[in-house]
Design a binder for this molecule. Structure first.
Ligand code: ATP
Ligand code: MG
Length: 265
């Protein structure tokens, strides 16, 4: 059965999608079968993997509202070593349609159940909100939430709100909801501020912050326009090495031991 992790933070542009893609790609590189679920109507994860969202006839939306069972919508690109359940602009409508539906918070969880044993990891990329879509993501992410936090001024802003939402979901719907880990991203080593933020976030989430810190890197920002994860776009970059290290850290914590690869692969 797949480990299912959800990337969530209602703050926009903190690196949720970048983490989902590149962590996913490195988990794939290390031999794991990975499915990325694009739960964001912006469809950034979908387009970052080179898929034109306008061509998506069936994806997360159809699965979520129950129009189609999950399976055929999943796209696999062996070069990218990651499969994706794509989003499309139709997903924006789901927010309203779900309100009327039975089991509205658990639909993604139920929808993914039939494919969970085909993967080792399922990563769910949430939109920047605490909406019903994100709640579906949190409940489907049975092994916990991954929270990317940008190493910048006001990094902690909004985290109180996220923590409150997690508490609310725990109380009413999913008592075992856990913070799997906090990923520090966009770290700029030249600034004193970045270092301060790292300290603050570690204090706010004791024991939860991954050792690996993702640096700010132009390569990471460029890769999506080539439809490639960093594993392919710039495998020798510092950014690639940091996502590889994050993947290994998570695999290690999950008790999955991978053979050490030589630099030549
Ligand atoms: P949204 O809330 O809109 O879904 P997000 O949290 O998914 O955003 P991303 O889309 O991953 O955030 O990142 C926001 C922008 O920052 C993107 O243009 C992305 O390419 C860029 N970016 C992400 N991580 C880094 C990094 N480590 N260094 C430089 N740029 C980055
Ligand atoms: Mg995103």
């Amino acid at each position: 059965m797949a480990r299912i992790y959800t990337l969530a933070n209602q703050k926009g542009g903190v690196g949720k999608t970048t983490c989902a893609i590149n962590l996913g790609a490195y988990l794939g590189y290390y031999g794991q079968r990975v499915l990325l679920v694009d739960l964001d109507p912006q469809a950034n994860a979908t387009s970052s993997l080179g898929i034109d969202k306008k061509t998506v006839k069936s994806g997360t939306y159809e699965v979520l509202i129950g129009a189609n069972p999950v399976g055929p919508q999943i796209l696999h690109n062996p070069k990218l070593k990651i499969s994706v359940l794509p989003s499309s602009p139709a997903l924006a409508g789901a927010e309203i349609e779900l309100i009327e539906m039975s089991n509205r918070e658990q639909r993604l969880k139920d929808a993914l159940a039939p494919v969970a044993d085909r993967y080792d990891y399922i990563l769910i990329d949430c939109p920047p909100s605490l909406s019903l879509l994100t709640i579906n993501g949190l409940i489907a992410g049975r092994n916990g939430v991954l929270i990317p936090v940008q190493c910048e001024y006001l990094a902690l802003e909004g985290l109180g709100q996220l923590t409150q939402t997690l508490t609310r979901v725990r109380t009413s719907l999913f008592p075992n909801l856990q913070v799997r880990g906090v990923i520090l991203t966009m770290y700029d080593g030249r600034t004193r501020l970045a270092l301060d933020v790292v300290g603050e976030v570690r204090k706010y989430f004791p024991e939860k912050v991954f050792q690996t810190i993702i640096p700010r890197s132009i390569r990471l920002a460029e890769a999506p326009s080539y439809g490639q994860p960093i594993t392919l776009y710039a495998p020798d970059s510092t950014a690639a090495r940091s996502y590889a290290a994050l993947a290994r850290e998570i695999l290690d914590q999950d008790g999955i031991h991978i053979p050490v690869f030589s630099e030549e692969g």
